[in-house]
Design a protein around this ligand. Structure first.
Ligand code: FES
Ligand SMILES: [Fe+2]
Length: 345
């Protein structure tokens, strides 16, 4: 499968990387990563150029990796620095190294053309460092699903009424139309549900006694980061669209890392404008998110299984599909653009 390569993908939370060699697959490439003595995380192709043993099965020698089969050794730029039994070190023995950058306790990797990599392009939001907001790293969902299907689910506010009836949705929202638009490179889909019972999330967490106005704004950043802005405010507050900070507001972030065309890792976290530094609230929210996201996993894996079977008709498209359709088109455009750039060179 083709992927957008010139982008920063999440390899893991920074806390996941230590001295040990860690094997990952990202965009169908096997990568070995570890935290070097400098404190920086490094990443290399996880395959010895001799007999192809994964280097993650070898061992660290200082900041180099020694292959576990015949001891060829590679520094963390991928350069071969030792071939046991001979003095010459052929340049053809060097392996690929990947750029890695850490920001806000998240480890990002660049799988594409290193000339095009700029750490300033790494996803960011001012709320990460704003003391009025709490940023809490969650966990990783492993989905047996293509990342495009997962991303589509994350620009799709309509599914919450049916997939998440106890946490993120309820029947009050079933027929509320979804708006969709693009804002530069970001694809947006959103809706407000006015004057309705709070959803499970805000019953557990928002302390609302009566009806609320609730919003869901799904913002999809290419190639595969979703920012879901959702919250509630008492209906009598009559919140305007741009006053969402006055309500109880949450951002659920999903960083999708395509492993292969049938497998995606979705690392999720949240930012909230209430209960700052309250660990108990973070844990409670994690539990609510875990319940909700397990529901998405079930749906998405079932969809993938059907997609893998013989197709007899084209899927029907309905009004709520605007965001997903724009997303698929833009991903294809990006992949074509990268291919065209590579053929020019
Ligand atoms: S397979 Fe790595 S040195 Fe032989
Ligand atoms: Fe969902």
């Amino acid at each position: 499968m083709d992927y957008v390569k010139n982008a920063w993908y999440v390899a893991g939370w920074a806390s996941e990387f230590d001295d040990n060699l860690r094997a990952l697959t990202i965009l169908e490439q096997n990568v070995v990563m570890f935290r070097a003595s400098t404190g920086k995380v490094v990443a290399m192709e996880d395959r010895c150029p001799h007999r192809l043993l994964p280097l993650s099965l070898g061992k660290r020698v200082g900041d180099a990796i020694q292959c576990g089969y015949h001891g060829m050794t590679f520094d963390c730029q991928g350069k071969c620095i030792r071939v046991p039994g001979q003095d010459n070190l052929p340049a053809s023995a060097d392996i690929a190294a990947y750029l890695v950058h850490e920001k806000h306790d998240i480890t990002w990797i660049w799988m594409g053309d290193p000339q095009k990599a700029d750490p300033d392009d790494i996803f960011d939001m001012p709320q990460f460092t704003d003391p009025a907001w709490d940023a809490h790293l969650g966990q990783a969902l492993h989905l047996k699903s293509n990342y495009l299907n997962v991303a589509e689910n994350l620009v799709d506010p309509a599914h919450v009424s049916f997939v998440h009836p106890t946490t993120l949705g309820n029947t009050a929202s079933e027929n509320v139309p979804v708006h969709a638009a693009t804002d530069g490179e970001v694809i947006k889909a959103w809706r407000w549900i006015r004057d309705a019972e709070p959803i499970g999330f805000f019953k557990a967490f928002g302390n609302f006694s009566g009806n609320v106005d609730r919003w869901h704004y799904y913002n999809l950043h290419l190639p595969s980061i979703a920012v879901i802005d959702f919250g509630s405010a008492a209906t009598e507050d009559n919140l305007a669209e741009d006053e969402r900070d006055k309500g109880v507001r949450l951002y659920a972030l999903h960083f999708l890392t395509p492993v292969n065309d049938q497998y995606t890792i979705d690392r999720w976290m949240h930012l909230r404008n209430t209960a700052i530094n309250d660990q108990a609230v973070s844990q409670n929210l994690d539990e609510l998110f875990k319940t909700a996201f397990a529901e998405d996993v079930e749906i998405l894996e079932a969809v993938q299984r059907e997609e893998n079977r013989l197709q007899t008709r084209k899927p029907v498209r309905i009004a709520i599909d605007k965001g997903p359709l724009v997303y698929r088109k833009r991903i294809n455009d990006l992949i074509e653009k990268e291919k065209a750039e590579n053929t020019v060179v």
